[in-house]
Design a protein around this ligand. Sequence first.
Ligand SMILES: *Cc1c(COP(=O)(O)O)cnc(C)c1O
Length: 463
Amino acid sequence: MSALYRQLPAIDRLLKTEFGTQLLATFGHIATVNMMRIQLEKAREQIKQHQQLPDYCQTEQSFLQHIQQQLQQQRQVNIQPVHNLTGTVLHTNLGRAIWSEAAQQAAVNAMRQNVALEFDLQQGKRGHRDQAISELIARLTGAEAACVVNNNAAAVLLMLATFAQGKEVIISRGELIEIGGAFRIPDIMAQAGCKLVEVGTTNRTHLRDYAQAINENTALLLKVHSSNYQIVGFTTSVSEEELVQLGKEKGIPVITDLGSGALIDFREYGLPYEPQVQQKVAAGVDLISFSGDKLLGGPQAGIIVGKQEWIDQLQRHPLKRVLRCDKVILSGLEATLRLYLEPENLAQSLPTLNALTADLTQLTENAQQLQQALQQKLAERFEIAINNSDAQIGSGSQPTAKIPSIAVTLQPKSTKSEDLYQLVTQLKTLSQPIIGRIEADKLWLDLRSVADIEALLTTVNEL
Ligand SMILES: *Cc1c(COP(=O)(O)O)cnc(C)c1O
C-alpha cells in the first residue's frame, strides 16, 4: 500500500510541468492547487479502501488532464438551461415564463448601466421605484395604482400585514388553498399576524356566511382564486361583486389573490377562460394581487393593483422595503407590460402566449423533425412515434384544462422497464438536458412547451 501512496504525484512537481503552468495561467494558483489537493485526497481514500490507484493517477499527464476537466466543470453554472418537453408551458420547477426579447433587452440594459430607477427625469427629483410600472398597469387594468414585490406570495403577505395585523380576515373554507412550496393561506395569515376566520363549507359558501362572521375586529374580506384545483358538483361561492356590495355596507375592504391573473381574454386565443385583472377592478375589489411569471409571461414578481390611497399605504409599510424588486426585474416587467399596449402582436412577442397558441400543424412539423433525429440514434432500442398529447398551462392556471398538443413518444422494444428510466437519465445528462414526462410506459416529449426547436435538434445530435 505504501508503494501505491508513493506513486501519487507531488503538487510542486506538477506545477512546474508545462501543462501545470498552463493550468496556473488559466485557472490561477488557488483553484489549481485546491483541486489537486482534493483529487489527491480522493486517490488516497481509494488506495485505503480498495488498495488500488485511480485511473487518473496512472501518469502525471493523466492526472493533469483530470485536474483540467474538473476545473472546467467547476466553472459551469448549475442552474443550466434545459429543454422543456413536459407539455407544461409554465413549469414552476423549470422557472415558469420565458421572457420576451423586449424584456431580455431591458433587463440586460439595466444590468450593464445605471437606470432612472427612483429618479424622475422630468422633474429631476427623487422618484418612486414602482412609478413607471404603476402608470402602465393603471392604463392596462383600469386600477388607480400598483405596487410591485418579489412574488405573489409576498404580495398576499404585504396586503394582510398592512391592513389586517392583529385583526380578523374572513375567507371561505373552499378557498383555503395550498399552492405548493409551503404557500398555504393559513400560514401566510399567521405570518402576517392576522386571525383567520373560516366561513361556509368546502363546497358551498353563501353571502350570509360572510355577513354573519363580520364583527368589530374584522379587517378584510379575502377571496383566493382556487388556482390548482377545482371543486365541481354541488357548489356555491360568492362572487366578488356580491362581496364588494357587502363590504361597502359594512365598511370593510375586499381583497383578491388572483394567482395567475390574466390581462387579456384567453378565450380570444381559443384557450380556457382565466379570470382577468380588469374584471376584478371593475367589480370594485379594493386590492387584487397576481404573479408576474405566470400567464402574464414576465419575470418573477407579485403585482398588487387598487386604489391610490391603499397602494400608498402598502408602499409605506416596512415590509415593502423587504420585499421590493430590483432594477433588473422591474425593467423586465415594464418591458413585458408594454407589449400589452400592442395586443395584436402579443401571440408573437410573448413566448408564453406563443407556446400556448402554436397550431397543431406547426407542432406536428416540429415533432416529425424530432422523431427523425431520435430515430437516427435510438431506433434500435425504442419504438418512436408521434402521438396526440394533452399539454397544460401550468403554475395553477386551469389545472383541469387540457390543451391539445403533439408529442414524440418513445417506448422500449424490450419489456424491461429499466430501459425507459435509462433513457430518461441519458437525456438528462446531455449538455442541455431534455425533460419529458412518463405516462403509460412511454416517455412523452411534448412539443407545446419547447422554446427553441433548432437548439433541441442540435442537442439530440449529441446522443
Ligand atoms: C401561484 C399562486 C400564488 C403564489 O404566487 P407566486 O408568484 O408563486 O409567489 C398565490 N396564490 C395563488 C392563488 C396562486 O395561484
